[in-house]
Design a protein around this ligand. Structure first.
Ligand SMILES: [Zn+2]
Length: 276
């Protein structure tokens, strides 16, 4: 992670708040942004061999000293990190969190059986969600997450991360990813390299792939009409992994792209903006 990349990482925050969000000085070999926003994936740099603690987790630096973590969309901050350097000294870092607006989106015309699933289906949905959750617990040493991400398909953003959702007039959970409108059959390309940890056809999310980018960072792709990869497959950036569809709880063909840091959902758009 270069200083330039870290500066770029802070640009979305600057655009929203008008306040400078310069990375804190790295004179001690530690660089974190002074502020971030809800739903962001935060990158930092520490001396190789450091131990970083955040939110009861230990962040393992890459060989280049990069660490990464996600900020929940309801996190108000400030975030506190503890860096134990190889020389035995400890440094506390504090990161402010900028609040975002989470507008309400109304989604009408979704299949009623996906809004109020029949009781017999509820158990299947629970089981399927547990499998996807399990696929996101992986903590792999690969640092695929550290390279710039690319759009998996080109298209209009038809649903934003974090919006409150009302399905057929009934309040649902906040939108867990970004929707990109594209015709059924459009190839979906891996936004970054990774290893496939899940690929199956599920009740609510239809054709579903989870791609692990290392260090707890993963992508999920939903409503696919076709899946070209299976768990264990190593995928390169831009490799076609499946095709856009409208399977599961969807009103029309689009790609739902979600991103996680373990169980924390983050906004793919912020991850893309970091590198543009
Ligand atoms: Zn979606």
């Amino acid at each position: 992670m270069t200083l330039l990349a870290l500066l770029l990482a802070t640009l979305p925050a600057i655009a929203r708040t008008g306040a400078p969000a310069m990375p804190q000085s790295g004179e001690d070999g530690i660089v974190f942004p002074a502020s971030t926003s809800q739903g962001a994936l935060v990158f930092g740099k520490v001396p190789a061999g450091s131990v970083v603690r955040y939110a009861e987790r230990e962040l393992r630096p890459t060989p280049y000293g990069t660490v990464v973590f996600g900020v929940d969309r309801q996190e108000v901050g400030p975030l506190r990190l503890e860096v134990l350097r190889p020389d035995g000294t400890t440094v506390m870092e504090t990161i402010a969190v900028d609040a975002r607006d989470w507008p309400l989106e109304r989604v009408d015309g979704v299949p009623p059986k996906t809004v109020n699933p029949p009781p017999a289906i509820a158990e299947r949905i629970r089981r399927e969600q547990a499998l996807v959750t399990e696929a996101r617990t992986r903590d792999d040493q690969r640092a695929d997450f550290a390279a710039p991400f690319q759009w998996p398909v080109q298209g209009r953003i038809s649903g934003r991360f974090g919006s409150g959702r009302v399905y057929n007039g009934q309040p649902g959970a906040g939108h867990s990813g970004m929707d990109i409108a594209a015709p059924t059959g459009t190839p979906v390309k891996a936004p970054a390299a990774g290893v496939v940890t899940f690929s199956d056809d599920l009740y609510l999310t239809g054709g579903t792939i989870v791609l692990d980018h290392g260090h707890g960072v993963s992508s999920n792709f939903l409503h696919l009409s076709r899946m070209d990869v299976k768990p264990g497959d190593r995928v390169l950036q831009e490799q076609v992994i499946g095709a856009v569809g409208a399977t599961g709880r969807a009103t029309g063909p689009h790609l739902h792209w979600g991103m996680n840091w373990f169980d924390v959902r983050v906004d793919p758009l912020l991850v893309l903006e970091r590198t543009q």
